[in-house]
Design a protein around this ligand. Structure first.
Ligand code: G3H
Ligand code: 13P
Ligand code: ZN
Length: 322
């Protein structure tokens, strides 16, 4: 089947109590690792591309890689989504260039300005058969061009969501309930430590999610910053020349719970980066004489496939739902 929008995926996910995984893609091995997992697990899939990914790999290369994946995976629905579109022009370029979904991230702007920019993107996108994700509230962390400190991050205010959705016409809404971008989601001071000395982060604000869902019944909610930063990958990196002390993510059981509620899309990027980097570092440490990229990218791609398979089955609950 051709690339699809997220409309049908989200309707089924909402009703079925699961979420669709949105994984960031930057090169061929990442696209292959993710899509091989989704094909095997018969899971709906969102492949997302950030502004940084377009700058790194080039828009056309990424679209063609995703189109190749669509040919290789004829039995699962795949959407191609712009992650954190910073402005109308970037969204328009992706809409014109074959994406089926875009995010306009004007969450750092004042409420009225966020509405105005989002509505403009929605009008153009809907005229072209493309759906739009918007964001209210801001997550801490670093994402392309957006660098939000913990002090400047803010939870979504549930009392704003109805007005925002009705005035913008957006198709899904990313909210801030305590997730954040990157591999260092919380400072040690924000966490407690378990018996093994591993940081345990503060729980997500399910009260905010529930109030948002009460105000927007049936409406798909999106969670960004939802990597769990598996400690075995952090260990693999640190044991093979890396230095990632106190990297910490969102516990998977909290994401599983969110997926059973109104959260229909869960964004995961950092965990794939950790899988790839850990695997390559280990490969180089084990085989210092090797220099053919295919040698170290083969286990890296396999490790991406393994982590995505785990997410589809155990976290998102979307295996078998294609
Ligand atoms: O939310 C950000 C994603 O992890 C994409 O990261 O902007 O470095 O490509 P990037
Ligand atoms: P992570 O950094 O937690 O993987 O979040 C990715 C994301 O939100 C992409 O938009
Ligand atoms: Zn994000």
């Amino acid at each position: 089947m051709p690339l699809v929008t997220t409309t049908e995926m989200f309707r089924k996910a909402y009703d079925g109590g699961y979420a669709v995984g949105a994984f960031n893609v930057n090169n061929m091995e990442i696209v292959q690792g993710i899509t091989e997992a989704a094909r095997e697990q018969h899971a709906p899939l969102i492949l997302q591309v950030s502004k940084g990914a377009r700058a790194y790999a080039n828009h056309t290369y990424l679209v063609k890689l995703v189109e190749a994946a669509v040919i290789e995976c004829p039995d699962i629905p795949i959407a191609l989504h712009l992650d954190h579109g910073p402005d109308f022009e970037t969204c328009k370029s992706c809409i014109d260039g074959g994406f089926t979904s875009v995010m306009i991230d004007a969450s750092s702007k004042p409420f009225a300005e966020n509405i105005e920019i989002t509505r403009k993107v929605v009008e153009y996108a809907h005229d072209h058969g493309v759906v739009v994700e918007a964001e209210l509230g801001s997550l801490a962390g670093v994402e392309d061009e957006v660098n939000v400190s913990a002090e400047d991050s803010s939870y979504t205010r549930p009392e704003e969501v109805e007005e925002f959705v009705s005035k913008t016409g957006c198709d899904s809404l990313a909210i801030a309930i305590g997730t954040s971008h990157g591999a260092y989601k919380f400072t040690a001071a924000q966490c407690t430590r378990n018996e093994q000395g591993i940081l345990v982060p503060p729980p997500l604000r399910f009260d905010i999610l529930e109030e948002v869902s009460r105000r927007l019944p049936g409406f798909p909610i999106v969670l960004h910053g939802s990597s769990s930063v598996p400690q075995d990958f952090v260990k693999m990196i640190n044991e093979n020349g890396g230095k990632m002390p106190d990297a910490v993510g969102i516990p998977e059981e909290q994401l599983r719970k969110a997926a059973t509620l109104s959260v229909c899309k869960i964004n995961i990027d950092s965990d794939l980066r950790l899988a790839m980097t850990g695997s390559i570092r280990k490969y180089f440490a084990d085989h210092p004489e090797h220099f053919d990229p295919r040698q170290y990218l083969t286990p890296a791609r396999a490790n991406i496939k393994a982590i995505v398979t785990h997410k589809l089955i155990d976290v998102l609950g979307c295996a078998g739902k294609a």
